[in-house]
Design a protein around this ligand. Structure first.
Ligand code: NAD
Length: 302
């Protein structure tokens, strides 16, 4: 890269810990976010602050973005004060879950201004972002991937999935529908087991030693439901967005998404009941309310 400073727009649950890893590695960042608290936190760790995405793109050749929705990605990249108008920017690495449709459109619009979009969503949650153990899936020209790989290495394990923006988004959406379905079905099973008289910690121990082991039994249920914390760090609103984008992709490709549609209903009810900002693990609370029992583990008591 021609410039030693790196841009970062979107310092939320994921963006802030990812940006911190770059700062901790001694890299210089120019950051922007609408949330002054997030900006102040990055500034206190040495980041320079810019007033808009355009101001970031005026100063650096490579910009990471980690934004909540396809609409936010559109605004930050192509909007009137967006990256596209920046004087220095040549590469935009989108770490958000944006969906293939918007990612392809943004990629095309940026390419018309000689800016290359790296479609690079991530998986592994806030804990993975903090520890640098995310799974990153990237779609862009192979030589560019090889060039930025040392930077991506700060965040976790990298997978090159193809050269067209949108492909990595498809990978991310199918990953997330599996992960959210596992959470939903494990929540139902936990509530049923508890109502039938089983101990919740024992259920998890048996499942993790047996064939039901999955990302919910290993992490989300024991660490965020049994504790009653419901603070995994991914909102039900954003999870519902990923489910919707995946179902749209299924429709476009002519693939029936029967379980995915049931999941959309359950996540939708959870958002209605507990709000968009509630953690995705609140899905278990929705099932609990129906059944009239709580999945409360030993950790909640201590
Ligand atoms: P978040 O809502 O916590 O953070 C988004 C940040 O973007 C906020 O700080 C917000 O102020 C900022 N923002 C929004 N619009 C902006 C704009 N126009 N200009 C500047 N800043 C703007 O979301 P998150 O949980 O960090 O997720 C970010 C992306 O990563 C999403 O696409 C999400 O689907 C994906 N993701 C999240 C997780 C997770 O566990 N949280 C895991 C993998 C992927």
């Amino acid at each position: 890269m021609s410039n030693d400073r790196i841009g970062f727009v979107g310092l939320g649950n994921m963006g802030l810990p990812i940006a911190r890893r770059l700062l901790d590695a001694g890299l210089k960042l120019v950051v922007h976010d609408l949330n002054p608290k997030a900006v102040a936190e990055a500034q206190s760790r040495g980041a320079e602050v810019a007033g808009s995405a355009r101001e970031v793109a005026d100063q650096v050749s490579l910009v990471f973005i980690s934004l909540p929705t396809p609409e936010a990605v559109n605004a930050v990249t192509l909007g009137s004060n967006g990256l596209i108008g920046g004087k220095a920017v040549r590469t935009v690495v989108d770490l958000s879950t944006t969906g293939p449709k918007v990612e392809m459109a943004v990629g095309e619009a940026l390419a018309a201004r000689s800016i290359t979009l790296v479609d690079c969503p991530v998986s592994g949650g806030v804990a993975g972002a903090r520890k640098g153990t995310l799974a990153l899936m990237a779609a862009c020209p192979r030589p560019l991937f090889d060039e930025i790989d040392p930077l991506l290495a700060h965040f976790g394990k990298r997978f090159y999935v193809g050269d067209q923006p949108g492909l990595a988004q498809a990978m991310k959406l199918i990953n997330n529908i599996v992960s959210a379905t596992a959470l939903a079905v494990t929540s139902e099973a936990m509530v049923l087991g508890v109502k039938a008289g089983l101990d919740p910690d024992t259920i998890i121990e048996v499942m993790n030693a047996g064939s039901a082991r999955n990302s919910a039994t290993v992490d989300k249920i024991p660490n965020f439901v049994l504790t009653r914390g419901f603070d995994f760090g991914f909102s039900a609103g954003l999870s519902a967005k990923d489910i919707r984008l995946c179902l749209e992709l299924g429709e476009q490709q002519g693939v029936p998404m029967i379980l995915g549609n049931a999941l959309r209903l359950l996540m939708g009810i959870t958002r209605q009941r507990f709000g968009d900002d509630t953690d995705m693990t609140s899905v278990c609370r929705t099932v609990e309310e129906w059944a009239g029992v709580e999945v409360r583990g030993r950790a909640a008591a201590s």
